[in-house]
Design a binder for this molecule. Structure first.
Ligand SMILES: Cc1cc2nc3c(=O)[nH]c(=O)nc-3n(C[C@H](O)[C@H](O)[C@H](O)COP(=O)(O)O)c2cc1C
Length: 241
């Protein structure tokens, strides 16, 4: 994420990113401090600058993808125009979040806006926003004609949605998945960060489950990794949903 084409070009060519194959540019983030500083979804209001960023990143020789929203406000939707600009500037794929910046993370996505983006470009289009079941994913594909879907929050609530959609069997349960996440996170981050991240992840995984209030209180009270592992076991191993 960034809004200075020269900085974006420099970073995409830099050693920091040398190991990575794709540069995915975030032109969708609606968060106030990001938006106000001209980053993320603010670029929906400056197509010239957005284009210069994509062209700059393309100079890295890597594949460049762009994720954007369908407009800043609902009365000024621009997904078709923005999608075309992305393609003309060299983007290899786009992901369209069907909500405007003003909608933040709530409300039904504008399927017609995603469809419009798909209809004006030849590069692959991924549809995103508001998918909270397999039926929602099917509906998104059918209504937009997109080449694929991207699932964000529901993937944390139900990590099995990906195997359901791809018909690939997965032998892990939620307990195994979260336990592995604890170990992986602890390998790269300190205890404070690990605990705070796992609390959030476990809360998502408990969504729509009954009788979790007491577990949540215990989860948020724990202060070290041993306690965290104990409560995760209690919630997800002994009480599987
Ligand atoms: C807490 C949170 C953090 C996010 N961070 C990013 C991010 O770093 N980059 C990005 O492209 N999108 C980010 N998103 C947006 C999601 O990728 C997605 O576009 C949005 O949540 C809509 O999809 P959903 O309805 O399936 O959740 C974030 C969303 C949330 C809720």
């Amino acid at each position: 994420m960034g809004c200075d084409p020269r900085v974006m070009e420099k970073m995409s060519k830099s050693d920091y990113l040398a190991r990575f194959d794709i540069i995915d540019i975030n032109m969708g983030c609606p968060v106030p401090n990001v938006f106000k500083s001209g980053n993320g979804s603010a670029l929906l209001g400056d197509l010239k600058k957005a284009s210069a960023i994509i062209k700059g990143c393309k100079k890295s020789g890597k594949a460049v993808t762009v994720k954007f929203r369908v407009g800043i406000k609902e009365d000024a939707m621009i997904s078709g125009e923005f999608a075309k600009m992305c393609e003309d500037s060299g983007a290899d794929m786009i992901t369209v979040h069907g909500r405007s910046r003003n909608m933040m993370y709530q409300g039904t996505p504008y399927f017609d806006q995603i469809e419009q983006a798909k209809s004006v470009v030849g590069i692959p289009v991924i549809a995103n926003g508001g998918i909270f079941s397999k039926d929602d994913a099917d509906k998104m594909m059918n209504l937009t004609g997109a080449d694929g879907v991207m699932i964000a929050r529901y993937g944390l609530q139900n990590p099995f949605i990906f195997s359901e959609l791809t018909n690939k069997e997965i032998k892990k349960n939620k307990y195994t998945i979260i336990s592995e996440q604890i170990d992986l996170t602890a390998k790269y981050y300190d205890e404070t960060y690990t605990i705070s991240y796992i609390k959030k992840l476990a809360s998502y995984c408990m969504k729509k489950r009954k009788g979790t209030k007491q577990f949540k209180t215990e989860l948020f009270r724990c202060g070290n990794i041993t306690e965290l592992k104990d409560i995760i076991k209690k919630i997800f191993y002994e009480q599987e949903d």
